[in-house]
Design a protein around this ligand. Structure first.
Ligand code: S3P
Length: 431
């Protein structure tokens, strides 16, 4: 039996426990940074070159969207060339697929453009809350309508004539902040986003690096009408992808995996701090240019409490950290994680059900996820609910489970962010 095989049209993964994980990997380019690189290049008047772009379907959706709005995006050897400038009306509705980041960030740009844009996605995206971007964009002067009183996609955005606002998002969200900052590039006056809790800073950092008029001070980001200049940019490795290998190496006996060139910056390195607190055998070595090489070796873990104030620094890593917590010697609490109910799936539910399938008790109580710990994971069958991070988190769980084969349906979703996950697994798995 192959240690991991897919069937059912690529949608069912069967993964066998055993062996160990050893070697070096490079994960795909960071998804958040890749989206923003494409969007900013589309707004820059001229040609930009982006290397190391994520090869996932979400980022392909952003590439398709900026093409629909008149930018050209051409793969050339190692880099992708984007020719941007004045955007024009899309000939039809734009399909963002499964990508919440695409629809929310693009809503900000569409709000700034003097034409109508229709943005929709798959069933998951069309279920997710859009009022968090629609409401402030309306206050800026865009006409935003949608399903369920304008709270869900598909969204129809008649843009142009924006004025800046000062906004404190009711939920900590880098997507909302990003959407407003992008709209602010088109608005008269200042657009100010005051964050209740700091979120990943890619939008403001990349806007500043590429020459737009943005200022960060005292928990506020302020942007004025401007455009980024064309740029050459290399996307660093995705920490949210690296986290699967760090946890995999921690859980699977006799493992040691190094992930090279992983982005390290605000809002993205919380998983490393949590794994350290759990006692993981981890080394994090600076690799220049805000990148680190992350090495993790197998060893016992202990339970951990993750405070609500830390959550925005590890929001996407909670599913795989919960799998780690299931095997830890003691209970873990993840506080203030209610936002996970609004991701690609209801991740609190998916995590609790997936852990139950592997014999590990956990429950979600209000905004808190409690993982009992002390479990010897055993192979089981589960559904990833079409959610890439759930699929990969439980593949890692399956690698560490006793008793044979773990079967995960909904595996196809992995293409969203990490199409080469199984090749990387094959690369570092030794029997
Ligand atoms: C992202 C922000 C986060 C994260 C998502 C990517 C981004 O979402 O979960 O995967 O690129 O801005 P929220 O803004 O909803 O927290």
């Amino acid at each position: 039996m192959h240690p991991a095989s897919v069937s059912g049209d690529g949608d069912v993964l069967t993964v066998c426990a055993g062996g160990s994980l050893r070697g070096e990997l490079q994960v795909p380019g960071d998804k958040s940074i890749s989206h923003r690189a494409l969007l900013l290049a589309a707004l820059a008047d001229g040609s930009s070159a982006i290397s190391g772009l994520s090869d996932g379907a979400d980022v392909a959706a952003t590439a398709g969207a900026v093409r629909a709005l008149g930018a050209t995006v051409e793969p050339t050897g190692k880099a992708v060339l984007v020719r941007g400038g004045e955007l024009r009306e899309s000939p039809g509705p734009i399909d963002v697929g499964n990508s919440g980041t695409t629809i929310r960030l693009l809503a900000g740009i569409a709000a700034g453009c003097p034409f109508t844009t229709v943005l929709g996605g798959d069933a998951s995206v069309n279920r997710r809350p859009m009022d968090r971007v629609a409401e402030p964009l309306r206050l800026m002067g865009a006409e935003v309508t949608g399903v369920d009183g304008g709270r869900r996609a598909p969204l129809r955005i008649a843009g142009g004539g924006l004025r800046g606002i000062s906004w404190q998002p009711p939920v900590a969200s880098a997507q909302v902040k990003g959407a407003l900052l992008l709209a602010g590039l088109f608005a008269a006056g200042e657009t100010v986003v005051r964050e209740p809790v700091a979120t990943r800073a890619h939008t403001e950092e990349m806007l500043a690096t590429f020459g737009a008029d943005v200022r960060v001070a005292g928990g506020e980001v302020t942007v004025r009408a401007s455009r980024p200049a064309p740029f050459d940019f290399a996307v660093p490795g995705d920490p949210s992808a690296a986290a699967f290998w760090a946890v995999g190496a921690a859980l699977v006996p006799e493992s040691e995996v190094t992930v090279r060139g992983v982005y390290q910056g605000q809002g993205r390195d919380g998983y490393l701090r949590v794994l350290e607190r759990m006692g993981a055998d981890l080394s994090v070595v600076p690799a220049g240019d805000r990148r680190v090489d992350v090495t993790c070796r197998s060893g016992p873990l202990q339970g951990v409490t993750v405070a609500a104030s830390e959550v925005s620094d590890l929001i996407d890593e909670i599913p795989v950290l919960a799998v780690a917590a299931a095997t830890a010697g003691g209970p873990s609490r993840f506080e203030g994680v209610g936002e996970l109910r609004h991701k690609e799936s209801d991740r609190l539910r998916s995590v609790v059900e997936g852990l139950a399938a592997l014999g590990a008790p956990a429950e979600a109580e209000g905004d808190t996820l409690v993982v009992h710990g002390g479990a010897r994971l055993r192979a089981g069958n589960l559904d990833a609910a079409g959610d890439h991070r759930i699929a990969m988190a439980f593949c890692v769980g399956g690698l560490a489970a006793a008793g044979g084969e773990t079967v995960i349906s909904g595996w196809r979703s992995v293409a969203t962010s990490y199409p080469g996950f199984l090749e990387d697994l094959a690369r570092c798995r030794v029997s």
